[in-house]
Ligand binder design. Sequence first.
Ligand code: 5GP
Length: 179
Amino acid sequence: MHQDIDEVLVSEAQIEAICLKLGKQLSEDYKDKNPLFIGLLNGCVPFMSALIKRVEIPIEIQFMAVSSYHGGIESSGDVKIKYDLERSVMNRDCVIVEDIVDTGATVKTITSLLLHRGARSVKVVTLLDKPSGRKVELIPDYIGITIPKRFVVGFGLDYNEFYRNLPYVGVLKPSVYIK
Ligand code: 5GP
């Protein structure tokens, strides 16, 4: 285990099992719909990659980069689009792929935006759900695992852009961010 990690919350094996389960579910729900999976960069990268290998139907993938954190451990709730989609979502069934839903502000904002742009449907798949952090009313449609109110890193999740490459999700030692 990495020296800055207190505890592993979701192991590599658990993540693999989650992706297998969600991939199966999405394959059934989106059969014949040619869904557009929209990953929210940068955090979605490992999850998107692991998840789509388990999806057994034709899909397209696109990415958006959004920011709601300013390098700390608290979401600002102010969602900014830093990189936008390159193709239209008009009449498409969209699936937002997110690493974690905390306040809910990010996916709520992007869902409204995609619907406003003419998407036929928008659903959310998230590896982690932290419902205790919720500030807007939102229940993700597909949840990998629900976690307690802790600041976690790994498998895409960062602290000041580090730790995204850890193969598991772990709780960061507070000594790393409380100086
Ligand atoms: P929301 O808009 O739901 O508050 O936050 C979504 C974004 O906040 C996530 O994509 C992620 O970047 C960040 N975030 C929320 N909780 C955590 C956490 O525990 N650890 C890390 N590293 N990022 C988090």
